[in-house]
Design a protein around this ligand. Structure first.
Ligand SMILES: [Zn+2]
Length: 277
């Protein structure tokens, strides 16, 4: 666990963590006072900190603005992982055909809205997916600033990106569920970006083919991978419950004071209510 501010190096305090960590896109955490300094220059930091990198914040503090160019350039070289096609399955012709048929059926039932350019990638899937691995969602997506078309998909155990240029082997990257910390989405007029955040890296994809479909895809994976959102929602729910329990306790107290409830009745009701907390 990193417990020092990525910017000033100071040890993070419980106050820095109180409203959730000030986490950046590549996983660095910064302290409240650094966040405050930077957010004076760019308010977006307060709502969308996880979309900014340490480099962005440094650039912001030094130049008063984020020198986007530099950041993007650096991301590209860092973000494209090594080609990993060692896991390519060996299949007999018949098995391949059978599997491809199954996969195409899955895509049909998902109403997958993919461009024609992804045909080559789809044909690779029988070699990549486990025999019983089901596609939960899929979209056109390619690593940012690359020219290859590609697909990004999610299954119960991982996300996979595949891109295949004509006459060359497919580039396959997998992101295991346990390695994915979070996913995020950057709206963009031309092509929104889908980001996969792992412990030490951020991988960025862009989706030119269909903005809305890409966003639907993101909404789907967000439910799987952004557990923070889930716990935030449920803690908000919990707050509502706590509040109403307190209100009811107050009412019970009054009923007892007025002699409407006996001490025993009051105690029982109180116990029941406190169960809900
Ligand atoms: Zn700091």
């Amino acid at each position: 666990m990193n417990n020092h501010c990525g910017l000033c190096g100071k040890e993070l305090t419980s106050i820095d963590m109180m409203l959730g960590e000030n986490k950046l896109s590549e996983g660095n955490i910064i302290c409240n006072s650094c966040l405050e300094k930077a957010s004076v220059l760019n308010e977006e930091l307060l709502s969308d900190l996880h979309r900014f990198s340490l480099k962005d914040i440094e650039s912001l503090l030094q130049n008063g603005e984020i020198v986007q160019r530099e950041t993007i350039q650096e991301n590209i070289s860092e973000n494209i992982p090594a080609v990993a096609d060692s896991e390519r399955r060996v299949l007999s012709k018949d098995l391949y055909k059978k599997r491809l048929k199954e996969i195409k059926k899955q895509l049909e039932s998902l109403r997958a809205n993919l461009s024609l350019f992804t045909k080559g990638e789809i044909k690779e899937l029988p070699y990549i997916l486990d025999p019983d691995e089901v596609i939960l969602a899929i979209t056109d997506a390619q690593f940012t600033k690359t020219t290859d078309a590609g697909i990004l998909l999610t299954t119960p155990k991982r996300m996979i990106s595949v891109s295949k240029a004509m006459f060359s082997p497919a580039k396959v990257n997998e992101f295991l569920n346990e390695d994915i910390l979070e996913v995020s989405f950057v709206k963009n007029f031309v092509s929104p970006n889908i980001r996969i955040h792992t412990k030490d890296k951020m991988f960025e994809f862009e989706s030119f083919f269909n903005k809305d479909y890409a966003e639907d895809f993101y909404q789907f994976i967000s439910k799987i991978y952004n557990r923070e959102d889930v716990s935030e929602a449920s803690s908000a729910e919990q707050d509502v419950i706590s509040e109403s329990v307190l209100e009811q306790l107050e009412k019970l107290g009054k009923l007892r004071e007025n002699g409407i409830l006996t001490e025993e009745e009051f105690t029982l009701q109180k116990k029941k209510l406190l169960e809900k907390l």
